[in-house]
Design a binder for this molecule. Structure first.
Ligand code: SAM
Length: 390
């Protein structure tokens, strides 16, 4: 297989984020293929997957299709995987891991296809070169993704390795942090672009603030990472990667300079949360764009110029106590009404009963999943004297 050729590329994401991912992929100039609940397909060369890995905010992994075949049982799997010229893709001193998603009658133990695939790869490399790569569970080197549904098998090179949502800036996660890709999608949904104030009370470890700062400055999240799986392939075009990184860095810097970013205000009642958020923002290189403060959310300074305010309060499933939270949600409604006229307000929550306690009319309820919790991003247009919901 010539990885300079375009192949199908499946870009995975968490459930509910596909529309945001699709928009990001389109903006980068790629054609959109089938869109699934947890992924979007396009076509790209291996070198083009570098750009996708560098730029995408809402993706998990960028998977480059190596082979697709019909497969009825593990022996056919072994035989078909062994037909790929692995010796041209993977060095015998590399380290390999295989991750499988399997839904087929003949397989009961989902580990088995991973082992069978790994065996076929290393056996072929051993036969062709006299030595074989090591294998194990780490996702820092070569990662292969096997998707086996009924009689159809797709074998991908996972060009990302670890999930792109693991940006590496969150050294201190604090309590119940949002995944970075979800936080980015919430900020993208709000339409925030840095030209209006953004207020983030209850900021926790700062994920929303940091993702917002990256979006406002147009910074490519992949620049924060040093390692991707594509770097470990034999076909890795180091010069192309270095050029792309340098060009992206320069373009991002120019972009950020052009913009007059309005303040991002991030507060939390817990000093440890603010401490973590500051350290995380420093690691991400955006601390200068965020004004941090320790205070109750009701004490947060709201800039006069209208902007966006977004809260991610606890919702009683993993943290907090529902009775106390009832009062918190009521107070959020009062705070929105009294202190944030002219703002667009958002609450991200997984608890519809608590959401009702806000007592304001929502203009939209946008569905999201936080892990497997069904959540909503509730939107409120906050004008003077927002009406109570009847
Ligand atoms: C679910 S966590 C937010 C997580 C955050 N989105 C992140 O990614 O790290 C809720 C946060 O609200 C804060 N909090 C709870 N009650 C508060 C209050 N009355 N005023 C300000 N912050 C509060 C907690 O300390 C906690 O950090």
């Amino acid at each position: 297989m010539d990885m300079k050729e375009k192949s199908t590329v499946l870009i995975t994401c968490s459930s509910g984020l596909a529309p945001y991912l699709q928009a990001e992929i389109e903006e980068l100039g790629f054609q959109i293929g089938p869109v699934h609940d947890t992924g979007v397909e396009t076509r790209a060369t291996l070198n083009e997957t570098m750009l996708l890995n560098l730029k995408l905010r809402t993706a998990y992994n960028v998977l480059y299709l190596l082979k697709e075949f019909r497969c009825m049982d593990p022996n056919q799997l072994y035989k078909n995987v062994g037909l790929v010229e692995w010796e041209k893709i993977i060095d015998s001193d590399e380290y390999l891991t295989v991750i499988s998603r399997v839904n087929t009658m003949s397989i009961k133990n989902s580990m088995f296809p991973s082992v069978k695939t790994k065996d076929a790869v290393v056996d072929r490399i051993l036969e062709k070169t006299g030595s074989r790569p090591d294998s194990g569970p780490e996702r820092d080197n070569i990662v292969l993704g096997l998707y086996w549904y009924q009689e159809n098998c797709r074998l991908y090179l996972n060009t990302s390795g670890r999930k792109l949502s693991d940006r590496t800036y969150r050294k201190i996660p604090h309590k119940a942090p949002l995944r970075e890709s979800l936080a980015a999608a919430l900020i993208l949904e709000s339409g925030y672009d840095g030209t209006m104030p953004l207020v983030l009370p209850m900021c926790g470890s700062g994920t929303l603030a940091i993702e917002a700062a990256l979006i406002a400055t147009g910074r490519s999240p992949g620049l924060l990472r040093a390692n991707f799986c594509f770097m470990h392939t034999k076909g890795f075009d180091k010069t192309a990667w270095q050029n792309l990184r340098r060009q992206t860095l320069n373009a991002d810097k120019k972009n950020a300079k052009k913009k007059n970013i309005k303040p991002i205000i991030a507060t939390d009642i817990d000093p440890e949360a603010i401490d973590a958020a500051k350290k995380n923002a420093l690691t991400a290189g955006v601390e200068h764009l965020i004004e941090f403060d320790v205070c109750d959310f009701t004490e947060t300074t709201i800039p006069e110029e209208p902007g966006i305010i977004m809260l991610n309060p606890e919702y009683g499933m993993r943290l907090g106590d529902t009775e106390e939270l009832t009062q918190t949600y009521e107070k959020i409604g009062d705070f929105f009404k009294q202190s944030c006229p002219g703002y667009t307000g958002y609450i991200f929550t997984g608890n519809p009963d608590l959401a009702k306690k806000v007592g304001l009319r929502t203009s939209r309820k946008i569905p999201f999943f936080n892990g497997d919790i069904d959540c909503r991003l509730l939107k409120y247009e906050l004008y003077e004297g927002s009406r109570k919901k009847t």
